[in-house]
Design a protein around this ligand. Structure first.
Ligand SMILES: Cc1cc2nc3c(=O)[nH]c(=O)nc-3n(C[C@H](O)[C@H](O)[C@H](O)COP(=O)(O)O)c2cc1C
Length: 361
């Protein structure tokens, strides 16, 4: 592909060893199948494994699967959370509501806590496998981890939802920062929430972060086509990270209901909700998100709510009941296209070139 990208993007893609400044977002919980990751990397972008919920064994297996399908660089993403955070019981309103849903779905809520994978061991897998890129969300890893990554020549990308978070990530030694706007699908990566959850839109966030950092900025949130890529690079980003756009790709591990909802969605189909996990995330509106909204302020923080709703979500999936499953998606979901990852990347580049030509002198 002989596309001319802005100088900043050219430098960024050279650094990573990829051809185009498009990162397929890491999407934990299934969508980022090894096939999707490899297909994106083979098409010249950077595929990323969403390793947050994966046990070290499965993470290692997925890395091997990706490596067997591509020789190109790819990334692994993990969650930076507090492993000692206590699970708090839901209040009466939440508890009664979840119980009524459990009765409706015919599942018993045992209150059993499913442990999260051990970060240390996940991290070891990342190091042992010498992946090209390590990205993370929900916080800042301790210095010992970033130092170890540097020693292993692994490119480090953090996630910010505000200028303050971006500066903190740069100071912590990140090589680049994802600027995640309000439009973004999935969980907010916010970690500095003392003054409330940052909800800045991508078009306002990217230039403000780009103005303050001296490392590359990766725009993320609501970018679905070549126009979005062009706009992001114009705002000062070196690259984009796109999640929702890849969900309807053939290689994504996404159930049929999810794909149908994406393809039939509209601009107003998504909502920012804490109902499923206790951490705000954007997804397609369901009966569960609508009815739980009244309890927004009472919902226990992540990972407590994640644990309290787990058995409901598992049962809903088993029953293929869309009203209780989470379908993470960004505000651009209506622009989703059902194609292959390679096909999507080719279209994105073509669209980018068209816009560039139209915007030319
Ligand atoms: C289904 C889904 C899962 C996601 N999981 C992760 C994740 O595990 N780690 C992460 O850093 N970001 C995750 N994100 C957020 C993306 O990195 C990115 O910020 C977002 O997809 C950008 O918005 P867009 O979906 O409008 O492209 C996820 C997004 C989606 C849609």
């Amino acid at each position: 592909m002989n596309t001319r990208w802005p100088l900043k993007s050219e430098e960024f893609i050279k650094l990573l060893g990829v051809e185009i400044p498009v990162i397929k977002a890491p999407m934990a919980g299934g969508p980022s199948s090894p096939e999707l990751v490899a297909a994106v990397s083979n098409a010249g972008g950077l595929g990323s494994i969403g390793g947050g919920y994966l046990t070290p064994d499965i993470l290692e297996k997925q890395i091997r699967e990706v490596k067997s399908q591509t020789n190109n660089p790819f990334g692994v993403n993990l969650f930076i959370t507090d492993p000692d955070k206590e699970i708090t019981a839901p209040g009466t309103n939440i508890s009664e509501k979840l119980s009524s849903y459990a009765t409706e779905l015919g599942v018993e809520l045992t209150g059993q806590v499913a442990p999260f994978p051990d970060f240390e061991k996940q991290f070891e897998v990342v190091l042992d496998n010498k992946v090209r890129v390590f990205s993370f969300t929900f916080g800042i890893p301790e210095k010992k981890y970033t130092e170890e990554l540097k020693r292993n020549n692994i490119f480090v990308i953090g996630t910010a939802t505000s200028v303050g978070e971006a500066i903190a990530l740069q100071n912590a030694g990140c090589d680049a920062v994802v600027a995640q706007g309000y439009e973004a699908g999935g969980h907010r990566g916010s970690f500095d929430v003392e003054n409330g959850l940052p909800l800045v839109g991508t078009i306002a966030l990217v230039p403000q972060i780009a103005d303050r950092l001296n490392i590359p900025v990766i725009a993320s949130g609501g970018i679905m086509d070549g126009r979005g890529i062009y706009a992001s690079l114009s705002l000062g980003a070196s690259a984009v990270q796109m999640g929702t756009a890849f969900l309807a790709c053939e290689e994504a591990n996404v159930n049929q209901s999810w794909v149908e909802l994406l393809l039939s969605s509209e601009d107003v189909s998504t909502v920012l909700t804490n109902a499923y996990t206790g951490k705000f995330a954007r997804g397609i509106k369901t009966r569960f998100t609508s009815e739980m909204q009244q309890f927004e302020k009472e919902i226990p923080e992540y990972p407590s709510q994640h644990q309290h709703t787990r058995e409901l979500r598992v049962k809903a999936k088993e029953l293929n009941n869309s009203e209780f499953m989470s379908f993470w998606a960004g505000q651009g979901s209506a622009m989703s296209r059902k194609t292959s990852a390679k096909g999507l990347i080719e279209e994105l580049v073509k669209e980018y070139i068209e816009v560039s030509n139209n915007m030319g002198p």
